[in-house]
Design a protein around this ligand. Structure first.
Ligand SMILES: *[C@@H]1O[C@H](CO)[C@@H](O)[C@H](O)[C@H]1NC(C)=O
Ligand SMILES: *[C@@H]1O[C@H](CO)[C@@H](O)[C@H](O)[C@H]1NC(C)=O
Ligand SMILES: *[C@@H]1O[C@H](CO)[C@@H](O)[C@H](O)[C@H]1NC(C)=O
Length: 379
């Protein structure tokens, strides 16, 4: 054991280097999840919040409502929270008094302790084809913003709304994409103006899962493949997500809003579907979500948006057993209700990531302890 004690700075350094490289491999960058709760078997929110903050690298969560128990659960965790005003409330929110009351009761009690970053007004509203909801969407966002200013929360909390790719009239090739006629000037342009003026991102839900065929499975899962050339630009697409994001970008550019940030509010891949569907099993889901995390955080960007990262929320945190529809809908979860991972894609914090996340000098101390332990093990 003298060997270990004498040992040295070089060995400690070796430990550091090993740890640092492990950390890099793990991809320390945080990732977001959609925390849906259409289930009767999920653990209580307080347990989920503790689990996410202590045991995973998930650092942002989108909620589908503004449930006070949820907001309370995430207090003091630091996790960035987006809440949602349900679609049916949108017409009411055009009333300033209602918007103020909503902020007073749903947001104000939690702002001191919960890291609330965004309020989402509805979800995929334009795709509902509900005329009342669609026509009140942007006015509701504006009114809520006025109420936010009055509460002095406008610098801390942003307002946006997630959109399905159904808002595009055509998406292929990506460079020719446009928003649907009618919606483009009446709803989407005012929405993009609002987002630009309030420094808020445009949020979209691109799902390669709902677009692939047996022939394009590799392209959808970010596996090596020949790719697809956009004849208009000569740019080669090697994964479907990039093509979808660039279609959104081209449509935004067509209206003059290409500099707005894009956030991926939902994307994902299920582990189980109707038996005949090719490409659905835990290992394909792990490939999609694992490759997705690496891709959006790599800084490579897309062919039309090079050198960017994308804030991304995987759908979904849990399998949700009460969701209606095809089997897949109930099986998008990264975790089972008992908090075990559906598959391993490096979302769990290891000792290594804890060490690297901790600031110096505490981190240095931990690194040294772990380094010495490793040296001890090697000796
Ligand atoms: C606006 O909202 C307030 C508070 O909910 C309500 O009392 C009032 O009647 C609403 N006004 C209109 C015009 O609906
Ligand atoms: C919201 O709260 C503020 C501060 O407590 C109060 O002045 C205001 O009257 C409330 N607004 C509504 C509509 O309840
Ligand atoms: C993206 O990064 C690469 C490598 O650093 C650089 O050569 C290129 O000019 C950058 N492109 C843009 C559009 O910034």
């Amino acid at each position: 054991m003298e060997k270990a004690v004498g040992a040295s700075f070089a060995s400690i350094l070796k430990g550091y280097i090993l740890l640092l490289s492990l950390s890099l491999l793990q991809g320390l960058q945080g990732i977001g999840v959609n925390y849906g709760t259409v289930a009767d078997n999920l653990p209580p929110p307080s347990q989920v919040a503790k689990f996410l903050s202590e045991s995973t690298i998930i650092d942002r969560v989108r909620l589908f409502d503004a449930n006070p128990e949820m907001l309370q659960a995430f207090a003091h965790t630091g996790i960035a929270i987006s809440i949602t005003v349900p679609n049916d409330q949108i017409p009411h929110l055009t009333n300033l008094t209602f918007a103020q009351q909503w902020l007073n009761t749903s947001v104000q009690p939690f702002v001191a302790s919960t890291n609330l970053i965004r309020i989402l007004v509805g979800n995929e509203v334009i795709s509902t084809a509900n005329k009342l909801l669609i026509s009140t969407l942007v006015p509701a966002m504006q009114t809520l913003y006025t109420a936010l200013i009055e509460s002095s929360l406008d610098h801390r909390i942003k307002i946006s709304t997630p959109n399905s790719l159904g808002i595009l009239s055509n998406s292929s090739p990506p460079s020719t994409s446009k928003f649907r006629q009618g919606y483009d000037t009446h709803v989407i342009k005012p929405m993009l103006s609002f987002l630009e003026a309030t420094d808020s991102p445009f949020m979209v839900n691109p799902y390669p899962f709902f677009d692939y065929t047996a022939e394009t499975l590799d392209y959808a899962l970010f596996r090596p493949n020949a790719g697809d050339v956009d004849q208009n630009t000569g740019l080669r697409y090697t994964n479907m997500l990039d093509a979808q994001l660039d279609a959104v970008y081209s449509a935004m550019k067509d209206l003059g809003f290409e500099s707005l940030e894009i956030v991926i509010a939902e994307t994902g891949w299920p582990t189980l579907c109707e038996a005949q569907q090719v490409g659905v099993d835990p290992s394909s889901a792990a490939e999609f979500n694992g490759n997705l995390i690496r891709h959006v955080s790599s800084g490579v960007g897309t062919p039309l948006m090079p050198n960017r990262t994308f804030e991304t929320y995987i759908f979904a945190l849990f399998d949700e057993d009460l969701k209606p529809g095809p089997i897949c809908e109930r099986n998008f979860g990264l975790f089972k209700p008992n908090l075990t991972p559906s598959y391993n894609i490096g979302l769990m914090k290891s000792t290594v990531t804890v060490v690297a996340a901790a600031g110096a000098p505490y981190g240095v101390f931990l690194l040294t302890v772990v380094g010495l332990t490793l040296i001890g093990l090697w000796a």
